[in-house]
Design a protein around this ligand. Sequence first.
Ligand code: GDP
Length: 300
Amino acid sequence: LVRLRARLSRSQNALGQGLLTLLSREHLDEDTWEEIEDTLLTADVGVAPTQELVERLRERVKVLGTRTPEELRALLREELLQLVGTDFDRAVKTESGLETPGIVMVVGVNGTGKTTTTGKLARVLVADGRSVVLGAADTFRAAAADQLQTWGERVGARTVRGPEGGDPASIAFDAVKEGIAEGADVVLIDTAGRLHTKTGLMDELGKVKRVVEKHAPLDEVLLVLDATTGQNGLVQARVFAEVVDITGIVLTKLDGTAKGGIVVAVQRELGVPVKLVGLGEGADDLAPFEPEAFVDALLG
Ligand code: GDP
């Protein structure tokens, strides 16, 4: 956990440190407030949340009068925490509460880290003593099923796959059937995310969802977004949210960007919490999203 925190802070603290430095100026003139706004916008916090935060900071700094560095830090920490949100239920739901396995569907545009995230999540679950079946329903990308199977072999989870270019829904169906037959605890379904035609995506994901739900309720639909894609990620989020009911967001590649503000923007956009973050390509580089650790990393 310490290592993960370190990795997060290396790339993220530009935002928090930048804000602290600006807020520490003796005279907070209009130019400075504009710089504060720019800092937030550059970090992909989004326009509305940025304006709200600046408004609150203005007010609170005024009330505070003279500011010690400690007071400023505490104030900013509080405000950033509120912005990130401490009320969300961020637990990934992997238990159905029924006889059937918990079913988790992983969606997102290809290249965002969907398959990797599915593999990492399987690893976490297996390490936790749960039996996992993987469904390789990303039949669009040729290597995806191999990649998932490799993860499965590595972590000790069986992978259900079909022929290349096969029907994703029937593979998802088989994976759930297999999970039920084996008495598995969790079935994780990796899906394809080609965005070039929205109707194609809609048809495909909708069908996967319907077919799965014939067997067992869907407990979690995780949308994987690449944090380095910035506002583009928001556009993707909107499209997917129209197609399936997203229940949680996984923000990957947070290790490779200082634009951590996307956490705030995407939660606002979907009204759904970030539940997991990807902090590298390795097997251990998936972490629960903890607002306090995140904000502390921002502040360096
Ligand atoms: P998919 O097409 O969405 O299934 O994407 P993949 O799972 O194949 O991932 C695409 C690339 O992103 C691979 O090279 C992964 O190793 C890499 N990747 C995935 N998650 C992370 C992450 O959190 N951090 C970094 N740095 N790379 C990641």
